[in-house]
Design a protein. Sequence first.
Length: 219
Amino acid sequence: MTSRLITSDNEAGMLTIHGETDARTAMSRGLAEYLRDLSLVGPAGRDIKFLKVYDSWAELESTASYPSAAVYANERGMYGGEDPSPSQMNTYAVAQPTFEKTGQGFFIQSPCELVQTFVIDVWATDNVQRRMLVSMIETAFLPVDWMLGFRLELAHYYGLRATYDYPSSVDYIDNDSDKAKRYARALFSVQARVPVAVVRQFVTLKPRIPVDDGEEPAE
């Protein structure tokens, strides 16, 4: 299940009970899926596109087809955001088509957001390709005109939406080891956040009403 870019600031969502991962991995996977779909035409008609994008740190040097990228975190995530305490817990309704038949349904409780800073580790084969990949990412982080950054609907994380801020930094990595192997790298730093999801089930019970059969109690 792939992540979907939110293109309107008032677009309604549809939550589900389908969750494949935790909040941190959900955000890195969503960003990796978004990067996989990017492409542009570079100088002299050269196609620029990632051949592989990993949603965690990977031994790119030995496993990747270039150009590649990996999304990973070097810092701990922080629980908090807009709802920092259980007393302010959010509750989200979930579509459950079998509710009328089974008397059971589901809802999502979210005590807080997880705020996490990710690294986008770009591996190119030359400086021109690296410049084009960096330009492609800079453009991709401004896909709408109503916010700086973007939101993704995470189909693999209950349909909740993660917000990715515009990158806070970018760095070119040029060391002797990478140059000898014809690697040109770039590192972006990106902060993201998503509601932490806990799925709960509720059951509607039919009331039991005592019935008067009209008989007098025995002496």
